[in-house]
Design a protein around this ligand. Structure first.
Ligand SMILES: [Zn+2]
Length: 247
C-alpha cells in the first residue's frame, strides 16, 4: 500500500491510497488535483473515503464520480443519516471494517470537530481528517470538548509507529502554539525546526508519526501532569483548545 498526498485548495490534503493499479482517495476537496495525480501515477480511482462532510473535504466528489469508475463512496452513518456527503454509497459506525483490494480498513468514530467525524485505519496508516493534526487538533464545531478529548484519546491509543495523514498542512503554526503550552519541551523545539525546514524546501510535513505526537502534541498531552497542571483532563483540554482558537 502506498499513500500519496495530493495538496488541494490552500492547505488541504487529499490522499491517494494505492494498491496495485487501484486507488481510493481520502477527502477530495477538489477533483482536478486528484485527476492529475491518478494520471501521473497511472492508477484507476475506484473509491472515495470521507472523514467528514465539510465542503473542503467533499467538494470534489461529484466530478470524480462523473469522471472515474467509482464503486464506493464511504462515509459515516451519522453523515449518511443527515445526507450531507454527496453520492455516499456506504455508511460506517465504530469498529466497522471493509476490504480495499485485499487490505482491511477499520473505521473509528471520532466526534467533536463534527458529530459524524470518522477516521480510517489501514496497514499502519491513520487518516484523521480534521480531528487530529500534526501537533494540533481541529476546532470543536459540533461536539463538546469532552467528546473531542475522548476522540483524541482513542486515536492516541493506536500503535506509536502509526503514520498520521491529516486533513491540513498546519504543522508549523501548530508547533508554534505547542511551544507556548510547554516552553520546556525540547521535542517540540526540534519538531518545529524540522517542520520549518520541510516547508522551506516546499515539501510536506505529512505523514506524522503517532509516537512523536505523543511527545509534542498538546491535544494528546492535555492530561499529562506538565500540561494539566492540576486541572481535570477535560478542563485542561478545554483551556488549551480555547487558547489555540485565539492564537
Ligand atoms: Zn472540517
Amino acid at each position: 500500500m502506498q499513500v500519496i498526498p495530493v495538496p488541494c485548495l490552500s492547505d488541504n490534503y487529499a490522499y491517494l491510497v494505492v494498491q496495485g493499479r487501484s486507488a481510493a482517495v481520502v477527502d477530495p476537496s477538489q477533483a482536478d488535483p486528484v485527476l492529475r495525480a491518478i494520471d501521473e501515477h497511472r492508477v484507476r480511482l475506484t473509491e472515495i473515503w470521507l472523514t467528514h462532510h465539510h465542503w473542503d473535504h467533499v467538494g470534489g466528489i461529484e466530478a470524480l464520480v462523473e469522471e472515474c469508475p467509482i464503486e464506493h463512496v464511504r462515509g459515516s452513518r451519522y453523515d449518511a443519516d443527515h445526507t450531507r456527503i454527496p453520492r455516499q454509497t456506504e455508511a460506517f459506525s465504530e469498529g466497522d471494517t471493509f476490504d480495499f483490494e485485499g487490505s482491511n480498513v477499520e473505521v473509528l468514530e471520532i466526534p467533536g470537530h463534527t458529530l459524524g467525524a470518522i477516521a480510517f485505519v489501514t496497514e499502519g496508516n491513520l487518516f484523521s481528517g480534521d480531528t487530529l493534526f500534526i501537533a494540533g487538533c481541529g476546532r470543536v464545531f459540533e461536539g463538546t470538548m469532552e467528546m473531542m478529548s475522548q476522540s483524541l484519546s482513542k486515536l492516541r491509543s493506536l500503535p506509536p509507529e502509526t503514520k498520521l495523514w491529516c486533513g491540513h498542512e498546519y504543522t508549523v503554526n501548530n508547533l508554534r502554539f505547542a511551544r507556548t503550552v510547554e516552553p520546556d519541551n525540547a521535542a517540540i523545539d526540534e519538531a518545529l525546526r524540522e517542520a520549518i525546514a520541510t516547508r522551506e524546501a516546499k515539501a510536506f510535513t505529512v505523514p506524522g508519526e503517532l509516537g512523536r505526537e505523543l511527545e509534542t502534541n498538546p491535544f494528546l498531552r492535555f492530561d499529562a501532569p506538565s500540561v494539566a497542571a492540576g486541572r481535570d483532563p477535560v478542563a485542561s483540554f478545554t483551556a488549551i483548545r480555547q487558547a489555540k482558537d485565539a492564537f
